[in-house]
Design a protein around this ligand. Structure first.
Ligand SMILES: NC(=O)c1ccc[n+]([C@@H]2O[C@H](COP(=O)([O-])OP(=O)(O)OC[C@H]3O[C@@H](n4cnc5c(N)ncnc54)[C@H](OP(=O)(O)O)[C@@H]3O)[C@@H](O)[C@H]2O)c1
Length: 245
């Protein structure tokens, strides 16, 4: 029986992934800001085959609440085999440029809250010498761009943290999976016009679930984003700084 902790469980991508874990009969512990929404998700996932579901209300920016949340998860479903971190916000880049507090708040949500939790999870998983830690970052972390560098910088910080953690935890048999989605049609991106490059949460979830359960260190979802970001990263800086992206 696999015990799965899902942080940011009400996210559209996390919910689609949770369904796949439910169909395998996993025990699921859902963490998020809206208790009512989590209760609905718990019922739905139970009906889809989850052995057990439970939830915990937490704003991830409440760092002091992380320890109690992890204790509640272990009390409820037992030692965590898979920790899957999905919460995030898409900052208003222009508004951030005029507001230091807003910029730092967005960095707190998208980088520091995840890093705070990872610090605890890494020690726990290392001690137990087992398990998988999977985190959703973004292709936006691969290169800072004018249109969203507050978000990109936060995701890049988490990417780098995960890269180091992966090396450290490899010795203990713990897997660390970095998940880099491109454009996904979710509430986060509701205001955007959708085109050819856009993916649906269900398709993205299939690939994430496969990487978590079968293998993969850093995955791009959909996979073609690896090539797109390779091209974007290889644009010389003297050209890059003059183009609009
Ligand atoms: N959609 C994309 O195109 C895209 C692309 C690349 C990466 N991503 C990443 O994918 C992940 C999932 O996003 P999504 O696209 O599925 O969007 P979503 O449906 O809007 O989900 C985002 C979730 O994060 C939760 N959240 C935000 N701040 C939080 C906090 N302080 N504490 C706890 N939970 C918090 C939200 O909670 P509430 O439900 O309470 O609002 C929401 O459930 C995010 O990390 C995002 O950055 C998305």
């Amino acid at each position: 029986m696999t015990n799965v902790l899902i942080v940011g469980a009400a996210s559209a991508i996390a919910e689609a992934t949770a369904r796949l874990f439910a169909e395998e009969g996993c025990r699921l512990f859902l963490v998020g800001r809206r208790a009512e929404r989590l209760a609905v998700l718990c019922d739905d996932l139970k009906s889809r085959g989850a052995e057990q579901t439970a939830s915990h209300e937490l704003d991830m920016n409440d760092f002091e609440g992380h320890e109690a949340m992890l204790a509640a998860a272990e009390n409820s479903i037992g030692p965590i085999d898979i920790a899957y971190i999905a919460h995030g916000t898409l900052p208003d880049q222009k508004a951030c440029q005029d507001d230091v507090d807003l910029t730092l708040q967005e960095f707190r949500t998208n980088a520091l809250s995840t890093i705070a939790l990872l610090t605890r999870l890494a020690n726990d998983f290392e001690r137990r010498r087992t398990g998988t830690i999977a985190v959703i970052t973004s292709v936006a972390g691969d290169r800072g761009r004018e249109s969203n560098y507050v978000y990109g910088a936060a995701k890049a910080a988490v990417d780098s943290y995960l890269e180091g953690m992966r090396q450290r935890l490899h010795k203990s048999g713990v897997r660390v999976v970095t998940i880099k989605p491109g454009f996904v049609d979710t509430p986060m991106t509701a205001a955007f016009d959708k085109g050819l490059l856009w993916a649906k949460p269900d398709a993205v979830a299939q690939r994430i679930h496969r990487a978590i359960t079968k293998g993969g260190d850093v995955i791009y979802v959909p996979a073609f984003w690896r090539l797109i970001m390779l091209v974007i990263r290889s644009i010389p800086r003297r050209i890059f700084k003059a183009i609009k992206l």
